[in-house]
Design a protein around this ligand. Structure first.
Ligand SMILES: Nc1ncnc2c1ncn2[C@@H]1O[C@H](COP(=O)(O)OP(=O)(O)OP(=O)(O)O)[C@@H](O)[C@H]1O
Ligand SMILES: [Mg+2]
Length: 464
């Protein structure tokens, strides 16, 4: 992203050119000028112009024709038209042909500035989006080459995640905190960061924080020498040493006992350890990636997580969205997992019935992608004649039922459809009066309201 934008002013009247040049030079732009369209086109070929301020009345060709020429060769350039009196028709034409704004002679500088500011915001936003897109493409390609498959997902949220993976993997020793519900891909992302970093040839070592006890902490993290304590019958290399020059992944960091958090933080700060029973210090160079499904900030408020450690880890956070918030990725993921399991299980699946996709879009996926993967595996096993059908899916109805109660997903889908239709009917019958509809349905007003939201019923605005 460049800091300074370049403006080209095209006007045959020197006084205007001068006035505008003076004005913009004060406002941190690179300013170029052209008196004629031919000159303007020359400037465009030799400079990277972001915004063109273009007079409608010009010699050689009209400003409108020049606008069309510029837009066809440089579609991303923002064009702001200057019009004289009585040019309204041309202004309308110009806006239709892709001009972003216009102002009229004589100028009010404030108007010009606000037009330019609007364009600038647009350019910055666009360039950020392009940046994210490019990073996303690059990271996907690299992961594909390394993993055999990338991280699946093309939703806006996942593109942003990939963009962040790309950025942080390059900055070699920055600690990263990955947050997200169970099964959203925290470990997958941690591995991806390692794999794309200069540390890729060293160890990626994953540790589950909840399994670390106070008695074992030092021995596990730092290692020990033979005879350092009762039971230390061999020399042992600690996790920090194993992961040295590589990446240490601390899963479920929120479960690390308070007493150990301070010890851990000290290592992060001093970057030195010594094995239990040894005096020699070892320099430690590991990237820490921590993950949690908990809200660490809240844990610090409840005094269950140290604020200093939180700040240390919180400098670069990647938040993984739950699957239900990026439903457009569901078909991609399902196809990916179905292909994967068909391959592994030697089955030839040719069709996934469209009802399957509808059904999964309506489901909340509390177990996120892991749950989706397991569903896909089961469906592939059950599939016959190369077809996957809604009946091949079994899920846990999340809300009110005990987790042991299993319900056929097709059945839930049917029930929901019936429920939705009943609500729509009642509301129409009650003449769009919600209270009356609730009475008809024999449910509370709140309960009706919840369902209206759940089903995303669009006549909401007509309800009284
Ligand atoms: N975007 C994705 N594309 C492809 N596979 C994915 C994606 N996200 C997750 N997975 C797969 O889903 C499974 C669960 O992912 P992972 O173990 O990384 O989740 P997690 O967030 O660490 O879960 P938990 O909190 O339960 O430990 C893994 O098999 C992983 O490979
Ligand atoms: Mg995990």
């Amino acid at each position: 992203m460049k800091e300074t934008l370049s403006i080209l002013i095209v006007d045959d009247e020197q006084s205007y050119r001068n006035e505008l040049t003076e004005f913009f030079s004060d406002n941190q732009f690179h300013v170029h000028t052209a008196a004629l369209p031919s000159e303007a086109l020359r400037v465009l070929t030799t400079n990277d112009i972001d915004i063109v301020v273009l007079d409608i009345r010009l010699p050689e060709m009209s400003g409108l024709d020049l606008l069309r020429l510029i837009k066809s060769d440089y579609p991303d350039i923002e064009i702001i038209m200057i019009s004289g009196h009585g040019d309204m028709d041309s202004v309308i034409q110009a806006m239709r042909n892709g001009a972003t704004d216009f102002f009229s002679k004589p100028f009010k500088m404030l108007e010009i500035l606000s037009a330019i500011e609007r364009s600038k915001r647009f350019i910055v936003l666009n360039s950020k989006l392009r940046d994210v897109e490019q990073n996303f493409q690059r990271v996907s390609r690299q992961l594909n080459d390394n993993f055999g498959h990338g991280i699946i997902g093309q939703s806006r949220a996942m593109k942003q995640v990939m963009d962040m993976i790309g950025k942080v993997s390059i900055s070699d020793s920055t600690s990263v905190l990955i947050t997200g519900e169970s099964g959203t891909g925290k470990e997958l992302v941690a591995r991806a960061i390692h794999l794309l970093s200069p540390r890729r040839d060293k160890y990626f070592y994953a540790v589950n924080s909840s399994a670390i006890t106070e008695t074992l902490f030092e021995s596990e993290f730092f290692g020990h020498t033979k005879g350092a304590f009762t039971g230390a019958s061999e020399n042992k290399t600690g996790w920090f040493e194993v992961a040295n020059k590589g990446t240490l992944f601390l899963d479920e960091i929120g479960d690390l006992p308070m007493a150990l958090q301070i010890k851990f933080l000290r290592v992060l700060e001093e970057r030195k350890i010594s094995r239990v029973g040894a005096t020699k210090e070892i320099d430690i160079d590991v990237r820490i990636i921590a993950a949690t499904h908990q809200n660490l900030e809240q844990l610090t408020e409840e005094k269950r997580f140290r604020l200093d450690l939180f700040h240390r880890l919180n400098s670069f956070v990647i938040q993984l969205p739950p699957l239900r918030e990026r439903k457009e990725d569901i078909p991609l993921l399902l196809k990916h997992f179905v292909a994967d399991y068909s391959n592994k299980l030697g089955k030839n699946i040719e069709i996934i019935e469209s009802g399957v996709f509808d059904m999964l879009q309506a489901y909340k996926f509390p177990g996120n992608i892991r749950e989706m993967r397991n569903m896909a595996e089961r469906a592939v096993i059950l599939a016959e004649e190369g077809r996957i059908k809604p009946a091949h899916f079994i899920i846990y109805k999340t809300m009110k039922m005990a987790p042991s109660t299993v319900m056929d997903m097709a059945e839930i889908y049917d029930l929901e459809l019936i429920e939705k239709e009943t609500i729509v009917k009642a509301i129409k019958k009650a003449n769009y009066n919600k209270s009356q509809a609730a009475r008809l349905l024999k449910i509370s007003f709140q309960s009706l309201d919840r369902r209206i939201k759940k089903f995303d019923l669009t006549f909401e605005t007509r309800l009284i």
